[in-house]
Write a protein that binds this ligand. Structure first.
Ligand code: THU
Length: 162
């Protein structure tokens, strides 16, 4: 028996003034995209914005449903939009923010497990890592160099007898 270890590093910024201008702008777009969420049930509006390899900016926001499991996360809306409108084009950077009623919105959130799985497959489809910028409306910002780092030992198409 042996024990192996999984570690990863990410950057922590105190606020968006410390970011490169293109990153600050993308984060601002994600923060604004929260306004396009449909979240009457959770009142938790998530916004996502991605810079594609060709410089296009794609946005997403969560779209909930009275049948709760039918709701779609902001990141998944964005990935589907990108995949349909720019098939095969990699995403360079994906920013995620949120805005909730009566909560502070002052720290980063991280994509849910299903979105991590979808982000991972998008990386594989396009053969390029996706850099993540995670932040609330204020407060610290995390930059994760490759979303794949959030999904160790993932189940992928490699396990399927294709
Ligand atoms: N949500 C997202 O859109 N992205 C995440 O990364 C976490 C959760 C949405 C799903 C649901 O509409 C609401 O936030 C509360 O879970």
């Amino acid at each position: 028996m042996k024990t192996t270890e999984y570690k990863f590093s990410y950057e922590v910024y105190e606020d968006s003034t410390e970011l490169a201008p293109a990153d600050a702008q993308l984060l601002e777009t994600a923060r604004t995209a929260t306004q396009r969420a449909w979240a009457p049930y959770s009142h938790f509006r998530v916004g996502a914005a991605a810079r594609m390899q060709n410089g296009e900016i794609v946005t997403g926001a969560n779209q909930e449903n009275a049948s709760y499991p039918a709701g779609i996360c902001a990141e998944s809306v964005l990935l589907a939009t990108a995949g349909v409108n720019w098939p095969g084009l990699p995403i360079d950077t994906l920013a995620v923010s949120y805005q909730g009623d009566d909560i502070l919105n002052d720290h980063p959130i991280s994509p849910c497990g299903i979105c991590r799985q979808r982000i991972k497959e998008f990386e594989e489809r396009t053969q390029q890592p996706i850099r993540l910028i995670l932040a609330g409306q204020t407060g610290q910002i995390y930059i994760i160099p490759d979303a794949n780092l959030l999904m160790p030992l993932a189940f992928t198409a490699n396990e399927l007898p294709l």
